[in-house]
Ligand binder design. Structure first.
Ligand code: 5AD
Ligand code: SF4
Length: 440
């Protein structure tokens, strides 16, 4: 039997798909070359914004044709979108051709459910958000030979008022420390040079154990320090972190870890204190600025990126102006910018004063224009500098060139060789654009 996985959404979903592939291959399935060749099609879904959901419904709708052409094909939809409270009703209308519907924490049961469908049972729906019994060790099919993602914590306790994640991924549950460390050691043995530690809020690692009274339980800083000791791993990244939990001690510890310290992603969301409070973010712009000042003082070479949402309910032009002013002050290397998207079941979705789409779009354009000019200025500071780049492969936009990343996560385009893929190479920066650097 052959499987095909289509993934939507964030890096956590990308990694979940690697695990689903690992689980299916351990059960004897093989990857299909394309959709048409597959006996089992898995759609790994995301519900963080409405735009993602719309795309996924479109994709699920198109799969009706596959079922029509090949009635025996098994269709499974998995992941966070499937865990929403309203999904069962929607599935009755738009997803009746699906055989299996699973939440994030039931994916390891896929082979068992496929056997049950083969035996005549369909549809099967299993969508609990409870992650307590989710196994700490699952097979994984690495999609990249030099960079790997490793889950460290599941779920989120933060309940930012716009965010659906805590409603679908359940409460924080840290993954066993020794399971993580043994995964890192085996990845290093296979030649992995870069790891990305994954969680909705990695800073919370270990806090669930401490809340249960295990005062000596390891925390995120301990994990970063231990991961830094793994020989062969040259770079350690993490995604995503929360400014409220970014303590001065953590910045101090990271500053002493060369494999970690050159890149920070610290989601700000808004530069207006009133909006931050309405978002339930738990920090002020002054708090944020204090962390940033410490990062810049300890590691002036570090790049800092952020996430920003425009058009949160009640955001006035003056509030938005405060975000622009704060972004100009923080001088991020880059920002991932999003239009606020109302998510059913979150407090913000029913707040009064929803901002019209046209206003959101216009604000987004101004924010992007400002950030682009700052990003370019940052990149120009690299001109003439020597950097070490982890080579990723041929550039998608220009196949005459190779692409890789600096320790500060900047993309560098250069004239490379196929044998350099997965290696660290030294380059001198000769050109700077908004989104990348050049070395040729
Ligand atoms: N609307 C827009 N952006 C959102 N994000 C999370 N929820 C929403 C939403 N409802 C953004 C945040 C978060 C990133 C992963 O997605 O900026 O940091
Ligand atoms: Fe969503 Fe906030 Fe949790 Fe991030 S920290 S996943 S934005 S609730």
């Amino acid at each position: 039997m052959k499987y095909y996985i289509k993934t939507f959404g964030c890096q956590m979903n990308e990694h979940d798909s690697e695990i689903i592939a690992g689980i299916l291959e351990s059960a004897g399935y093989q990857p299909a070359e394309d959709l048409a060749a597959a006996d089992v099609i898995v759609i790994n879904t995301c519900c963080i914004r409405e735009s993602a959901e719309n795309k996924i419904w479109g994709y699920i709708g198109n799969l009706k044709a596959c079922k029509y052409q090949k009635p025996g094909v098994i269709l499974a939809a998995v992941g966070c979108m499937m865990q929403q409270k309203t999904i069962v009703d929607l599935l009755k209308r738009q997803g009746r051709h699906l055989d299996i519907v699973l939440g994030t924490y039931q994916q390891h049961r896929l082979p068992e459910y496929i056997s049950r469908v083969l035996a005549g049972e369909s549809p099967i729906v299993d969508i609990s958000e409870d992650n307590q019994d989710f196994p700490d060790e699952l097979p994984c099919r690495q999609s990249c030979k030099y960079s790997a993602q490793v889950n460290i914590i599941y779920g989120c306790n933060n309940f930012c008022s716009y965010c659906i994640v805590p409603h679908v991924r359940g409460r924080e549950r840290s993954r066993d420390f020794s399971a993580i460390m043994s995964e890192l050691h085996s990845l290093a043995k296979t030649g992995i040079k870069e790891i990305m530690l994954l969680g909705q809020n990695v800073n919370s690692y270990g806090k669930d154990w401490r809340r249960q009274g295990q005062t000596e339980a390891p925390d995120f800083a301990d994990l970063l320090q231990a991961a830094s000791q793994v020989e062969g791993i040259e770079r350690i990244r993490y995604m995503s972190s929360h400014p409220r939990d970014f303590s001065p001690q953590l910045v101090d510890i990271i500053s002493d870890l060369p494999k970690v310290r050159d890149y920070y992603h610290l989601p700000l969301q808004s530069g207006c204190d009133r909006i931050l409070q309405a978002m339930n973010r738990g920090y002020s712009t002054a708090d944020y600025q204090a962390i940033l000042a410490q990062i810049r003082e300890k590691t002036p070479q570090a790049a800092v990126t952020t996430d920003l949402i425009v058009g949160f309910p009640g955001e006035t032009e003056a509030d938005f102006q405060q975000t622009l002013d704060f972004v100009a002050k923080c001088r991020f290397d880059a920002a991932y910018t999003f239009l606020y998207s109302p998510r059913s079941g979150t407090p913000a979705a029913t707040m009064a004063e929803q901002v019209p789409l046209a206003v959101k779009k216009e604000r987004l354009q101004r924010l992007v224009a400002l950030q682009n000019s700052i990003s370019l200025e940052h990149n120009q500071e690299y001109l003439g500098q020597n950097v070490q780049v982890l080579v990723e492969g041929l550039s998608k936009n220009n196949p005459d060139f190779y692409t890789g990343r600096t320790s500060s996560n900047k993309i560098v385009i250069f004239k490379g060789q196929p044998e350099q893929i997965g290696q660290l190479v030294d380059l001198t920066i000769t050109g700077a654009k908004t989104w990348h650097l050049e070395a040729f």
